[in-house]
Design a protein around this ligand. Sequence first.
Ligand SMILES: *Cc1c(COP(=O)(O)O)cnc(C)c1O
Length: 458
Amino acid sequence: MDLPFAESYKIKMVEPIYRSSREQREEWIKTAKYNLFNLKSEQVYIDLLTDSGTGAMSDRQWAAIMTGDESYAGSSSYYNLKNSINKIFGFDYFLPTHQGRAAENVLFSVLVKDGDVIPGNSHFDTTKGHIEFRNARAVDCTIDEAFDTESMHPFKGNIDMEKLEKVYSTVDTKKIPMVIVTLTCNTSGGQPVSMKNMREIYELSKKYGIKVVFDSARFAENAWFIQQREEGYREKTIKQIVAEMYSYSDAMTMSSKKDGIVNIGGFMAMRNEDLYNQASVFNIMFEGFNTYGGMAGRDMNALAVGLHEVTDGHYLGNRIEQVKYLGDKLINWKIPVQKPIGGHAVFIDATKFLKHVPKEEYIAQTLAIELYLEAGVRGVEVGTLLADRDPKTKENRYPRLEMLRLAIPRRTYTNNHMNVVAVALKNIFERRNEITKGLKILDEAPIMRHFSVKLERV
Ligand SMILES: *Cc1c(COP(=O)(O)O)cnc(C)c1O
């Protein structure tokens, strides 16, 4: 018999969490206007709102924190991080920033001009925001299979090469500063991009003289899927796979709060010195001097260690097995989820789950509230609330998928917590036909309304 999987760490420090009663949660969620972002963290038992910045650091990362060098210029922490980035990704130049979106802001200040077109695989919302803010346009070239939750395509994050070539051949290439490949593709459910796809994107882009930029928040999880699913990579190490991936790119932006396994931070890295010099100017303006750029020395040190841990070959198997553990339980109970299960989250297809709630009453948000009331578990709506209204008609935009996302923080919860989440969903699933009413909006902001929206029960 194969030995079952178990965490590749033992626990040295704990943070208590408490179960509340249903009556307490009824009260709290009403006060929070049925918006899970308004809850206090202590009102949540198991927090699956996001995997961003919420993971647990290792003893080695904490040790590195203590030896952080806070010098304004030329700190050893900066050089530690520079070495890690160079060894893992192969880039000679890098700039630290306070988060991933700050790296986008700096890099796009150099690359993106009014009227530009930037193709990619379902750009992340901050990425799209920084593109549209500059009056440029993001074109989604993700393969169609990504939007079919039942399709078992192994690389649902892939770019459709025909769609990409169509953009390259119909738009003036001077207006296409780059293609952005998001690893893994968050929007389609933490789905990976294959090595073959990266290679083809790079070759086609070189033919047209267009830069390839990897949005790298979950680069290591992507590498793990390549190792498991793509022919010829089973025997390769994660570090070898990552090195090959980045040989098909010119630059990267990174949210270190994901696969950096730190609480805050980001960076961009590139091969070209000229691009580095131009970006430096904006980094100094927006973030800080080049050798700290929005990060404390101690945080750069923790990140330098985190990047090695995330690619060391021990960590990823447990990480992704845990997400799959939760996903498989739900699949066994016929609960509709995005398949195959992605790297960092389980996405529940709310439209198939709550068939009697009309789409005008925010199905995924209704399910998120039910889950909170059932067990104090906080997920997040990825659906109509998130999609905002059409800027012209002011009508709700109904996205192709209406999902409840359960993001699993790194090294934070055990499988017992996953069992609680699964059983809570099963209980709701068993009484799903009694849930016929959703929510209506009392008050909302014109953009990014999901953060502050106020709701009440219909
Ligand atoms: C989180 C994320 C970002 C933005 O990074 P922040 O650190 O949150 O600013 C960009 N792209 C992807 C794919 C992300 O997941």
